[in-house]
Design a protein around this ligand. Structure first.
Ligand code: ATP
Ligand code: MG
Length: 266
C-alpha cells in the first residue's frame, strides 16, 4: 500500500517544492515506485522535473473538478517517477470547488484507483491553507514539514500544528506528522543552531536526522528541469536528499518490522 505524504508548510520559500522533487527522484533511484502530485498553481514542481506546463495538458485541476482521471493525467518524468502536473489553471479550482459537493475529498477519492501502482505518493502543497492544501491534507496519511531554522519558523509551526488538529478533528482523523525536515541549513549561524535545538527538544525523533544544507546546486537544478541527482550527483544537496530518502525507507521498514514483531507477540 502506498505511503501518502503531503509536503506542506504555509510559509513560503522553505523548500517544499525542492523537497518534493528531489525526494521523489531519490526514492525512485532507490527502487521505489513514486507519484508526485503538484498541488501548486505556480507549477514549480512540474517544471522542476522537466515537464512543460502546456495549457492543454490535463492536470490536477481536471482531476479535482472531475473532468479527468488520475490514470489519464499522470505523466512519466525522465527520472523514474510519475507526476500529476499543475499549471496556472489550478488557481481557478479553488472557486469552482466551492460549488461542488465533497470538495475536500476529491483528491483522496481520485487517488484510490492508482494507489496500488505506487510505494510513495508525495504532494507538493502551495504556501497557503486553501482548498488545494486541504485536499492534500485529506488525501495524505502524514505530513512532511520542511522548515528553515529561523526565528519565525517556530511561530509558523504552531499555526501549522493547530491546522493539522482541525483537519484531524473534522476531515482526516488519522493524519500524522511524518517528520520535520531542516532545510536551507547554514551551520555557521548561531540562530539556526538554536532553533534547530529547540525543534529537536519539542518534536524529538519526529525531526529527521538528515539535514538539507543550503547548496547552490539545489537552486540551479530546476532551471535545467532536473532533480539534483540528475544534475550533479556528487553535490552536497544530492547527497543530502539521498540520505533523506534512505532515512525514510529505514523508518518505514523499521515500523513495519515492529508491527510484525507485535503480531508475533499477540
Ligand atoms: P513556495 O512556498 O513558493 O512554494 P517552497 O517552500 O516550495 O516555496 P522552494 O521553491 O523549494 O520552496 O525553495 C525556495 C527557493 O530556495 C528556490 O529558489 C529554491 O531553488 C531554493 N532552495 C530550496 N532549497 C534550497 C537549498 N537547500 N539550498 C539552496 N537553495 C535552495
Ligand atoms: Mg513550492
Amino acid at each position: 500500500m502506498a505511503r501518502i505524504l503531503a509536503v506542506t508548510n504555509q510559509k513560503g520559500g522553505v523548500g517544499k517544492t525542492t523537497t518534493a522533487v528531489n525526494l521523489s527522484a531519490c526514492l525512485a533511484t532507490l527502487g521505489q515506485r513514486v507519484l508526485m502530485i503538484d498541488l501548486d498553481p505556480q507549477g514549480n514542481a512540474t517544471t522542476g522535473c522537466g515537464v512543460v506546463k502546456r495549457v492543454a495538458l490535463p492536470t490536477v485541476y481536471q482531476i479535482l473538478i472531475g473532468r479527468s482521471t488520475l490514470a489519464e493525467a499522470r505523466v512519466r518524468t525522465n527520472f523514474g517517477f510519475d507526476i500529476l502536473p499543475a499549471n496556472r489553471e489550478l488557481a481557478g479550482a479553488e472557486v469552482e470547488l466551492i460549488e461542488m459537493g465533497g470538495r475536500e475529498f476529491r483528491l483522496r477519492d481520485a487517488l484510490l484507483p492508482v494507489l496500488g501502482d505506487y510505494d510513495f505518493v508525495l504532494m507538493d502543497c502551495p504556501p497557503a491553507l486553501n482548498m488545494l492544501t486541504v485536499n492534500g491534507l485529506v488525501a495524505a496519511q502524514a505530513v512532511m514539514i520542511p522548515m528553515q531554522c529561523e526565528y519565525y519558523a517556530l511561530e509558523g509551526l504552531t499555526d501549522l500544528v493547530a491546522t493539522l488538529k482541525k483537519v484531524r478533528a473534522h476531515l482526516n482523523s488519522t493524519l500524522e506528522i511524518e517528520g520535520l525536515l531542516r532545510t536551507l541549513f547554514d551551520p555557521r549561524s548561531t540562530l539556526t543552531q538554536q532553533v534547530s535545538g529547540e525543534l529537536v527538544e519539542h518534536f524529538g525523533d519526529k525531526v529527521y536526522r538528515t539535514i538539507i544544507p543550503r547548496n547552490v546546486r539545489l537552486a540551479e537544478a530546476p532551471s535545467y528541469g532536473k532533480p539534483v541527482i540528475a544534475f550533479d550527483r556528487a553535490s552536497k544537496g544530492a547527497q543530502a536528499y539521498m540520505a533523506l530518502a534512505q532515512e525514510i525507507l529505514d523508518r518505514r521498514d523499521g515500523a513495519s518490522g515492529a508491527a510484525v514483531a507485535q503480531g508475533v507477540d499477540a
